[in-house]
Design a protein around this ligand. Structure first.
Ligand code: HEM
Length: 239
């Protein structure tokens, strides 16, 4: 018998998620080509040289990277204005943490995924989670805070080429450092995010929901019990 389906994402949420993912990919591909110092270049100096030759020089690559960054930030801003309710719902869900329940979930989940249930004994049960579990919240918090840092520092770095003078040297140097750190932090989370969302077999219904918008009742009940309790009589409402 086919199960009841519960609405998890509407079309604008799905669109903005994949828009964000495509922008991240293109920004990484172009950004890694901008490294000018081979000693700190993670891919070796061959990659920047290849990217620069592809687009006719470093100046063009920088223009492409900055334009992509502005399209990315502008798209996210537009989404927040058009779907204000959805954006507030998302921010509330990811930043509202119940320390006792959520931190316990996080610690037990990490032990279960690495050492297995034996180590936890009677305590291997995971506390119920809401619309997002604590792992999803941690990554989403890092990508929101990291995203803001990346955009603000990117704009300062861009202005440093155009208008900012020598008196702003400290601001520009800090921006470069924070830009790299924020990208590194979000990228590290992204590796776990992609594994959990697209490869881990138990999360397959969640992955499909990023295309269809819906998850089956069993998945909702088992993975997001507190959310399921809220919407169980109204499967067409996410909130
Ligand atoms: C191949 C790339 C990606 C895949 C397969 C993927 C997959 C998914 C899926 C399936 C969900 C829904 C989880 C649920 O509602 O239960 C999700 C949510 C989310 N994704 Fe992605 N995603 C990718 C790239 C990205 C990128 C590049 C970012 C941002 C840097 C991102 C940020 C988020 C955030 C903030 C959420 C909501 C919180 C969460 O579920 O972790 N994703 N993603």
């Amino acid at each position: 018998m086919s199960q009841r389906q519960y609405k998890r994402h509407d079309r604008s949420d799905i669109f903005i998620h994949w828009f964000n993912a495509v922008c991240w990919f293109l920004l990484l591909v172009t950004g890694l080509g901008l490294f000018g110092n081979p000693e700190i270049d993670p891919l070796g100096s061959g990659y920047p040289a290849f990217m620069r030759s592809l687009v006719g020089g470093g100046g063009n690559l920088l223009i492409i990277h900055v334009t992509l960054g502005l399209i990315w930030a502008g798209g996210l801003l537009l989404y927040m204005l058009i779907n204000f309710k959805g954006a507030v719902f998302f921010l509330k869900e990811i930043f509202m943490v119940d320390p006792a329940r959520d931190i316990t979930w996080m610690i037990r989940k990490m032990i279960l995924m690495t050492a297995g249930p034996k180590l936890l004994g009677k305590n291997s049960e995971l506390p119920d989670q809401g619309y997002y579990n604590m792992g999803q919240k941690a990554f989403a918090q890092a990508s929101v805070v990291g995203g803001v840092v990346i955009v603000v520092t990117g704009i300062i770095m861009f202005l440093s080429d155009q208008t900012l003078g020598a008196e702003h040297m400290a601001l520009v140097s800090w921006s470069i450092t924070l830009h790299y750190l924020a990208v590194g932090l979000v990228f590290a989370g992204l590796l776990v995010h992609i594994y959990m969302a697209a490869i881990s077999p138990e999360e397959k219904p969640g992955f499909r929901s990023m295309f269809t918008g819906h998850v089956p009742e069993d998945y909702a009940k088992h993975h997001h019990k507190l959310w399921y309790e809220r919407v169980k009589d109204n499967p067409s409402s996410e909130v």
